[in-house]
Design a protein around this ligand. Structure first.
Ligand code: PEP
Ligand code: MG
Length: 758
């Protein structure tokens, strides 16, 4: 065959375009399609099989017996056609009968034909049918012919969808690749259960038009989209704000390589030559890459494939002008969000009433997005592999984070088991809620203070719902993260006042803004120091606030005014040296004087505290302690610095244990030193919200915890079942000559001593 791929595909596409434009019944259109393809490819047989009610039904044919149309049906995986659909792969055989999957169907009269080529008709990454050609002579089809068939299959998928031929079946039974229910596992990030439909944070665009009206116009659209995409990638690289945690540089370098890859743009151009629209051409090339890559079993290459998928989707979004995330388009049902990773601000954009759960391909326990999700009460399962291959937009999902499970397209049995467990966990939650009136007092009579971490207005109700002792950490930066612009002073003051009002007599500790790191604000220029290699150790929190003191002055005034007539507790994040605390306090004191001079009513008392998050500060506690009213240990940051292990790095998420002797000894020493100086100590990191870890902290002599609201019930139950004196003695021994597996030792002790660990 002398035709090039583009020429033969283009000839077919031009003719198909005319057929599609006609007002004909769908069946007549399909009949015309098989004639056109058969003629142009000079093939005696051309057939279209479509998936209806789980079976591939012969819908139209030229060359096979017409009596077989709507009669011949093959199950997925049955015969050559079923194999093509089930594996979403192309077959090209010179002798069909010699293939192990060949299934003879006498009604078709196909015994006359030897060669066979078939390609899947794909919609939303799944096969919805098969396009096959057969020839009497035994010969393999040429690559150009296969290419042409694949291009035509794309157009057919549009025709079929528009003609409603996969109508009712488009839901459940057209899913060929992994139509079955599957359970996938992941890593526990925020516990909880949720049911909802799958929504991709970066939605896949369904391509509406595949055949181009004007090839040159399509070419220009692709050129422009490539330019824009390269611009975006270059900008990401220069901002270093891309993604959250780990491997930025590597990923960006790879993105850049693909974005500027001549081969990729050339292949898209060739697909446009064959008569496809820009969107269809990009998708066509992606489909081909996907099929090729599936044959290569190399995890590294598969990762790269994700990057290319990402870019390909980005290009389609740019070309079709649909740039928004799912949040911007709005959630329409109860949804479970799927993303590679998210920033905290991106998560906060979602409608909290509809967002039921999150599934991430990456993610680690103390990344800020996870803290935000925990605060929002949204369960999160992390490090789920191949989500994009396994899940399609709109699939029903059941999330059970405690079991580290995600059920995709669940069976009735899975749904029933899920429901039963949900009822049980609701009962347990109700039991914890009943504890709200009970005090967290140990069996040997020691009162532990259990407060909540908060940051959003909606969190305030949690204090009453859980019966917590107050707010031990109010993350003021959350207001900055959810806002599109810098929150105005009046807005800040209003929120702080609402927090104090909700707390009533209970104490509240406000932490001044901790931005930078993985909490970059789009409206603040974070680039002053250039690209940050290690944002967590970079220009963030107090470091940024002392330099940009305008921001802190405004916040100080808002806090002081909101706290008029009450006790106001202020703490500063990431204090690394005592002078930083002095400077921050001086800013507040200057604002106090300024307000007083203007006759403003001021707080009755101001308490100043420091967060201990940077290990260096521990070496200067003797200098710091006399200056402060309280110390709050932020174990999220502290432990990442103690172990030199990025808290957002997915590969390190499981590596270092909070219950390691290094961390516990460090905490014990600091606590003892602060208490000896008469300074109140609290722990406000995520560690305190896990019952076994909280028990260990109490065993170190810490008796103030500020934790995520959902953990208050379980931690109270643990406290009330604990003999603190016995625990302290046990931990003293354990830390003197620590076992390698301290977690197991502590957990066994808890078991032996009847400590309730939820
Ligand atoms: C911490 O680091 O432990 C902490 C409580 O602060 P954040 O998690 O907000 O950084
Ligand atoms: Mg911190």
């Amino acid at each position: 065959m002398a035709l090039t791929a583009a020429a033969s595909a283009r000839e077919i596409l031009t003719r198909l375009h005319d057929v599609m434009a006609k007002r004909l019944p769908a069946q007549s259109k399909l009949n015309s399609v098989v004639e056109i393809i058969g003629t142009v490819l000079d093939s005696e047989v051309c057939s279209i099989y479509l998936l209806r009610e789980g079976l591939l039904e012969l819908y139209a044919t030229r060359g096979l017996a017409q009596a077989a149309v709507h009669v011949t049906k093959l199950a997925l995986g049955e015969g050559l056609v079923g194999t093509i659909a089930a594996n979403v792969e192309t077959l090209n055989l010179d002798e069909a009968t010699s293939h192990p999957d060949f299934a003879y169907r006498p009604e078709t009269g196909e015994e006359a034909f030897h060669s066979f080529a078939g390609v899947p008709i794909i919609r939303r990454e799944r096969a919805v049918g098969v396009l096959a050609v057969q020839h009497a002579a035994a010969r393999k089809y040429a690559d150009v012919e296969i290419e042409a068939l694949q291009t035509v299959a794309m157009v057919l998928s549009e025709l079929i969808a528009n003609a409603d031929l996969i109508d009712a079946a488009a839901g459940a039974s057209t899913r060929v690749q992994s139509t079955a229910a599957v359970r996938v596992s992941g890593f526990k990030l925020v516990e909880g259960m949720a049911a909802g439909v799958a929504v991709f944070h970066q939605p896949r665009i369904t391509i509406e038009h595949t055949v181009a009206e004007d090839v040159e116009a399509e070419r220009h659209r692709v050129y422009a989209a490539f330019d824009k995409m390269r611009e975006q990638i270059d900008r990401m690289a220069s901002q270093a704000e891309f993604g959250v945690g780990g491997e930025h540089d590597e990923v960006l370098a790879m993105y850049k390589m693909f974005a500027y890859d001549e081969g990729w743009s050339r292949r898209i151009n060739e697909a446009i030559d064959s008569g496809l629209t820009a969107e269809a051409a990009i998708e066509r090339v992606q489909q081909r890459t996907r099929m090729r890559m599936r044959e290569i079993d190399d995890p590294l290459l598969r990762d790269r494939m994700h990057d290319l998928e990402d870019l390909s989707n980005r290009l389609i979004r740019i070309v079709s002008g649909k740039l928004g995330t799912a949040a911007q388009m709005g959630l329409r049902h109860d949804s479970i969000l799927i993303a590679k990773n998210l920033g905290p601000a991106e998560l906060l954009e979602y409608d909290r009433r509809r967002l039921k759960g999150v599934v991430l391909e990456e993610g680690s326990l103390t990344a800020h997005v996870i803290i935000v999700a925990r605060a929002m009460g949204v369960p999160v399962l992390g490090r789920v592999k191949d989500v994009r291959q396994l899940i399609a937009e709109g699939d029903m999902l059941l999330l059970d984070v405690a079991e580290e499970s995600l059920f995709v397209r669940p069976t009735t049995a899975m749904e029933e088991a899920f429901e039963a467990k949900l009822t049980l966990s609701q009962k347990r939650r109700a039991a914890f809620a009943r504890l709200k009136g009970e005090l967290p007092v140990t069996k040997d009579g020691h009162r532990v203070t259990v407060m909540v971490n908060a940051g959003l207005r909606d969190d305030l109700a949690a204090m009453d719902l859980t019966g917590a002792d107050g707010i031990g950490l109010f993350r003021t930066e959350f207001q900055f993260l959810v806002s599109a612009t810098l929150p105005r002073p009046a807005e800040q003051q209003k929120l702080y006042k609402a927090v104090l009002d909700a707390a009533g007599d209970r104490p509240v500790t406000f932490r001044t803004v901790d931005i930078g790191g993985d909490k970059a604000l789009p409206y603040l220029n974070h680039d002053e120091t250039g690209e940050e290699e290690n944002p967590a150790m970079g220009w963030r929190a107090l470091r940024l606030a002392l330099e940009r003191d305008g921001l802190m002055k405004i916040q100080a005034r808002a806090l002081l005014e909101a706290g008029a007539g009450r006790t106001l507790s202020i703490m500063f994040p990431m204090v690394s040296e005592p002078w930083e605390f002095d400077e921050a306090q001086a800013i507040f004191e200057a604002q106090r004087t300024w307000l007083a001079a203007r006759g403003k009513k001021l707080p009755a008392e101001i308490r100043y505290g420091a967060m201990l998050e940077v290990p260096a500060l521990a070496e200067q506690l003797d200098v710091l302690l006399p200056k402060i009213d309280f110390l709050s240990i932020g174990t999220n940051d502290l432990t990442q610095f103690l172990f030199a292990a990025d808290r957002a790095h997915p590969k390190l998420a499981l590596r270092y244990d909070w219950l390691s002797p290094s961390i516990l000894r460090f905490l014990k020493r600091v606590t003892a030193q602060a208490q000896a100086a008469g300074v109140q100590v609290a722990v406000c990191g995520e560690m305190g919200g896990r019952p076994l870890e909280a028990m260990a902290l109490i065993g170190l002599g810490i008796d103030r915890l500020s934790i995520t609201p959902a953990a208050v019930g379980p931690v109270k139950a643990m406290v009330r079942s604990l003999d603190r004196g016995a625990l302290i003695a046990h931990m003293n021994d354990a830390l003197t000559t620590p076992p390698r597996a301290l977690r197991e030792t502590l957990s066994a002790w808890a078991g032996d001593h009847g400590v309730e660990l939820a």
